[in-house]
Design a protein around this ligand. Sequence first.
Ligand code: PMP
Length: 358
Amino acid sequence: MERIYFQAGPTTLPKEVMNRAKSEWDDFKETGLNIMEHSHRGTTYEEIHEQAKTLMRKLLDIPQTHDVLFLQGGASLQFAMLPMNLLSPGKTAKYVLTGSWSEKAFKEAAKIGPSEAVVSGKDTKYRTLPEMNYEPSDQDAYLHITSNNTIFGTQWPDLDAFSHPNLVADMSSDIMSKPFNVSNYALIYAGAQKNLGPAGVTAVIIRKDLLKENESLPSILSYQVHAKNRSLYNTPPVYSIYLLNLVLQWIEEQGGVKELEVKNKKKAEIIYNAIDSSDGFYKGYATPESRSHMNITFTLSDPELEKRFIKESEESGIFGLKGHRSVGGFRASIYNAVPEKSCQKLAEFMLHFQGKYG
Ligand code: PMP
């Protein structure tokens, strides 16, 4: 039986990407080596490194005012690196709290310097995105948002709606899922393991005026050092970047982020419809106006049935639905690589399950 997966990440990569990687496994471009066996200083790898950056730029329409970096340490390292680089004396780092990941980002910043949560959705248990009524201040080092809240299943609907001179976004779980205006942002970061490729590489898009030399910062933690060295300051995660490059090519073949936005919306609708037309058998966790197109969170009106739901979904070939432990219930993560037919299959299973136990 074909298995389909809805994991929150790492998760499935596009089939075409996996097949291409397989075909190049032991002989990349007639070199007799896998790409991961090549030196990161050699032209064979360098071509991929630069191609991936160029493709990132093209797909997100990144202006020349911004640099693209490939770093390691996941989005979690960015929680710390961001304030280490951008929080200067006399300034405060400002955070919008919309879930566990933004809370973590905020806590890390507070270890580095003055930090403040200025808007929070915590009182709704992060079911609803808070009203963005924050007025920027001269004291702000930056304003940090999380574009998609992987655990709670909420997502800011319009990434162009925020206004701050130094807007920073953690886009780990929805980058490349829809177009937005990069020039509106001072810095964007995203761990790759959802929409960009495998774990191991983190994409950072940074406005160039923020690349300042800082003697007191360890080199490996400095954006300026990485930018100056074209993300080759130390050995990059060669294989992760190779796969990232293949994923970016796949996105281009899909018609780019504009086309993916249409597909993602349709996919999300299929599953939200299954929830909304269930007469309360299934309950969405996020309130409708805050719903994510990437992570769909829901519970069962009868929690006694939860174990059965997981067991029977797996028997039907559907995996990865267990919700995050802090929310419970279920979560269907439908990143770019999840095809519409998988969403249909899940919706059919949900209907079937409801017919049996509802
Ligand atoms: N931010 C968001 C929005 C995430 O979804 C995750 C991972 N699920 C992280 C940060 C942490 O990423 P990493 O494990 O790459 O550090």
